[in-house]
Design a protein. Structure first.
Length: 377
């Protein structure tokens, strides 16, 4: 077994949660940084991280890390990387990346240099003047930040948020990784009643169910590294078998509701595709009017924001109506994400805690109302 260094990019605000996940997966040398989490491990760790991570965006293998203030430094840094240990003679190795706060700021120029250096290294090592690139895809990525380049190999392929259960979404889908983090921040363990009154395509109830069941989110999809010729298929089979052995069996009380019947139908279809339809009830309903499903539980939701599905004033009226409707729901803990900076004013109560999160590129706050003894302001 080899020992590699890995980086897991995350949505801002989720780094600590992803770090805790990796520790629970028994990864070595876990370090949390802004926008990413680092860890060390073997091919087995690579497979287990891809299959088991709920809040990371992808698993990248670190191939090189060096200063690059000039194109020559960039070329030499990539050329020195032992790419022949990773990319076979017929492997395809496209290049993509980004630049930030560096002297080298042209992404296309940096892409060309990285490709040229990688081609020269591989051509020399394999004794050929032309590389066919007809085999499996080995996606190279570079991050140019503060005059330092990190070269990666993407082991994931389509991002980890693409679990495989949601081919299409509603008009404002919530990324699965963020939905999972929202559920995990409630400390839900499968015992409470969970309700999402703005369920949309069903992402929060589905992620809550998978968390309750301890089902690995990547069980129903494939990963780029499964095509790498230096990773045995046994490693993937063992990782999937290990994940399946850790699943829980139980009866869970999870409800998703929405005032759009099309969203409810879509959510039901997605739950069936995820294999958790038997654990979730979906129904039509206006969140500001429908009766509470039980006396106590955990409410988790992503209501419409003014900048995406409704005008801001309409969203503010919705928040006020929701606050009035839930005013006496003292048995419920409430977790609500929104980009509205005055949400607490319209909702009618200050949150006991809030946390900055990003829904895509939208900066939001996750409002947590957990102390039901407090009075409304």
């Amino acid at each position: 077994m080899n020992n590699f260094e890995f980086a897991v990019p995350c949505l801002f605000g989720l780094e600590g949660i992803a770090g805790d996940e990796l520790r629970r997966l028994n990864m070595e040398n876990v370090r949390v940084e802004n926008g990413r989490v680092l860890f060390s491990g073997s091919e087995s760790a690579l497979a287990r991280a891809n299959i088991g991570l709920r809040t990371g965006e992808r698993v990248l293998m670190v191939l090189a890390d060096f200063e690059a203030k000039t194109f020559e430094q960039l070329f030499q840094g990539v050329y020195q990387a032992e790419l022949e240990n990773i990319i076979p003679k017929d492997g395809a190795f496209p290049v993509k990346g980004h630049c930030l706060n560096s002297q080298l700021m042209s992404v296309p120029d940096c892409q060309a240099i990285v490709k040229k250096a990688a081609s020269k290294r591989l051509g020399e090592k394999y004794g050929v003047s032309w590389l066919p690139e007809t085999g499996a895809k080995y996606q190279l990525q570079f991050s140019m930040m503060n005059d330092r380049c990190v070269l990666y190999l993407d082991t994931t392929g389509p991002g980890l948020h693409k679990r495989g259960y949601r081919a299409i979404g509603n008009d404002a889908p919530l990324r699965e990784t963020l939905a999972a983090a929202m559920v995990m921040l409630t400390k839900y363990r499968g015992r409470d009643f969970v309700w999402d009154p703005f369920c949309g395509s069903g992402t929060i109830p589905i992620e809550a169910t998978m968390i309750a069941k301890n089902r690995a989110p990547g069980l129903r999809r494939r990963f780029a590294a499964e095509a790498f010729d230096w990773i045995s298929t046994d490693i993937w089979q063992n990782a999937r078998g290990e994940a399946m052995d850790k699943e829980f069996k139980g009866n869970y009380r999870i409800l998703g509701s929405d005032n759009d019947p099309k969203c409810v139908s879509l959510a039901m279809a997605n739950a069936r595709k995820a294999g958790v339809a038997d654990c979730i009830e979906f129904k039509d309903g206006d969140a500001t009017k429908m009766s509470l499903p039980t006396d106590s539980g955990i409410l988790i939701c992503n209501p419409p924001y003014g900048q995406r599905m409704m005008e801001q004033q309409s969203a503010q009226r919705l928040y006020a109506a929701l606050g009035r409707h839930l005013k006496f729901a003292n048995g419920w803990k409430k977790y609500i994400i929104t980009s509205e900076p005055e949400f607490e004013h319209y909702f009618g109560r200050r949150a006991d805690k809030k946390r900055k999160l990003y829904n895509g590129m939208i900066k939001c706050d996750y409002y947590m109302f957990t102390d039901n003894t407090r009075k409304k302001k």
